[in-house]
Design a protein around this ligand. Structure first.
Ligand code: NAD
Length: 440
């Protein structure tokens, strides 16, 4: 089938490449000229495991190409996926400018009846609004389907090929069956495809993300209580998560959730609820708890080193919002770095993949280090914010040797308290007692 994907970011690129891989003829359109020229050179503009190979193979086969020409893109596809950004506005609502702009272009350039699929995460009622908006000005009838994307950055390709479920929100049975057929190759392992009302599909995405965010805020709040009572939250996690009704996933205490989805989706759902006259205090608290949690490492640093951090230097390990991605949007590390800089400290940053994105954001306000050990040179402490695998078993003697003093703030509870004690580190983690060597 001829498909067009508008927006070649994390979602659009994975969607386009995976659908080309199952035999469709896909055109990816983006308004960002740098992205399109990078893609046309056969390079991937984002870090996503397995994506470069998939893009290259499908471009070589002729089933996948990229363009900036939206009008041509609209004419190409029988099905057009919209995968542009829907960022948060200051009041928490979703900024729908890009989605509406693309909808108008589709209306102006469509040359036959088409199906438009909203892959972007959009507030409840957007499908109705966009269908009405397009059909008001288009010469041919367009059906709008909601097909929320549940992939996780870092495992996006794998998630698209083997989804837990596919949700298709459609009011038109023919459109629903076309989109179902496109997804059949990905659910051969008997995972379900749910066809439901469009608004229910829109809501499913927000409900799923808000629930996962709620689990993170929940365990973070439990961790903070443990912290003040001198309890190890890891032990509590075991006692709690081994209950099969609860489980362990998304119950890792840390420096708060980040990324381009959870923060904005929770706030957007709160906004939707308010507009519907419903109090969403639980969801509001999920967000507030997270806002505070994002500063927890900074607060721990200040209580150890004092409010003014002039003349202090900190090494940061991990700046992406989670491992295996270069995405730093809403990353807790960025919050931590900004707070440290405001307090007068200098920062030496290390990340296996995300340093170029941090450099775009912070320029020469911090220094960038390809080697994690080099980042430690002369620093007063190591601050770990993201749990990249390579941080799990470092050479601790090297950390000891390079830091000005052996102090670690660990936002991901990577090391056992016993190990830290035995290695003579001063060690602060989340929801666990601090390890203070005898000399202090
Ligand atoms: N990133 C994720 O893990 C993820 C997962 C599920 C859902 N989502 C949702 O998918 C949507 C896209 O997210 P993303 O992370 O892929 O965003 P992104 O910022 O990586 O990509 C969006 C792309 O759209 C392009 N774009 C914007 N306006 C355009 C226009 N008018 N014409 C053509 N291209 C345009 C941008 O240049 C950019 O390349 C969002 O609604 C997001 O909430 C994201």
């Amino acid at each position: 089938m001829r498909l067009t994907v508008i927006g070649t970011g994390y979602v659009g690129l994975v969607t386009g490449a995976c659908l080309a891989d199952t035999g469709n003829e896909v055109v990816g359109v983006d308004k960002n000229p740098d992205k399109i020229s990078t893609l046309n050179r056969g390079e991937c503009p984002i870090y996503e495991p397995g994506l470069t190979e998939l893009l290259q193979a499908n471009m070589k086969s002729g089933r996948l190409r990229f363009s900036m020409d939206l009008a041509e893109g609209v004419r190409h596809g029988d099905v057009i996926f919209i995968a542009v950004g829907t960022p948060a506005r200051d009041d928490g609502s979703s900024d729908m400018t890009a989605v509406r702009g693309v909808a108008d272009e589709i209306a102006d350039h469509t040359d036959r009846p088409k199906i438009v699929v909203l892959k972007s995460t959009v507030p409840v009622g957007t499908g109705d609004e966009i269908e009405e908006r397009i059909n008001r000005r288009a010469k041919h009838r367009v059906c709008v389907v909601n097909n929320p994307e549940f992939l996780k950055e870092g495992t996006g390709v794998e998630d698209f090929f083997k989804p837990d479920r596919v949700v298709i929100g459609a009011e038109d049975p023919h459109a629903a069956s076309v989109i179902r057929e496109l997804h059949e190759p990905f659910v051969r392992n008997q995972r379900p495809i749910y066809i439901m009302h469009r608004k229910a599909a829109e809501m499913s995405k927000y409900a799923a993300n808000s629930y996962l965010a709620a689990r993170i805020s929940f365990i973070n709040q439990i961790a903070n209580i443990c912290d003040s009572l001198g309890i190890d939250v890891n032990e509590v996690r075991l006692g709690m998560g081994s209950d099969r009704r609860i489980g362990f996933q998304f119950l890792y205490p840390g420096a708060g959730y980040g990324g381009s989805c959870f923060p904005k989706d929770v706030q957007s759902l709160v906004h939707t609820a308010r507009r519907a006259g419903v109090q969403a205090d639980l969801l509001d608290s999920v967000h507030q708890v997270n806002e505070r949690q994002r500063e927890i490492l900074f607060r721990k640093i200040v209580s150890r080193f004092g409010g003014s951090l002039n003349d202090h230097c900190f090494a940061i390990w991990g700046v992406s919002f989670k491992p295996k991605t270069d995405d730093i949007r809403e990353a807790p590390a960025v919050t931590t770095i900004n707070k440290l800089l405001e307090a007068g400290a200098t920062v030496r940053a290390h990340d296996p993949i995300a340093l170029p994105n941090l450099r775009k954001l912070l320029g020469d306000r911090v220094t960038y280090h390809e080697s994690g050990y080099e980042a430690l040179d002369g620093a007063d402490a190591l601050v770990i914010v993201t749990e990249w695998n390579e941080f799990r078993s470092p050479t601790f003697e090297e950390i000891h040797r390079r830091l000005r003093q052996p102090v670690i703030f660990d936002g991901r509870n990577l090391y056992s308290l016993e190990t830290m004690r035995n290695l003579n580190f001063e060690y602060y983690s989340i929801g666990r007692p601090a390890v203070i060597p005898a000399r202090h």
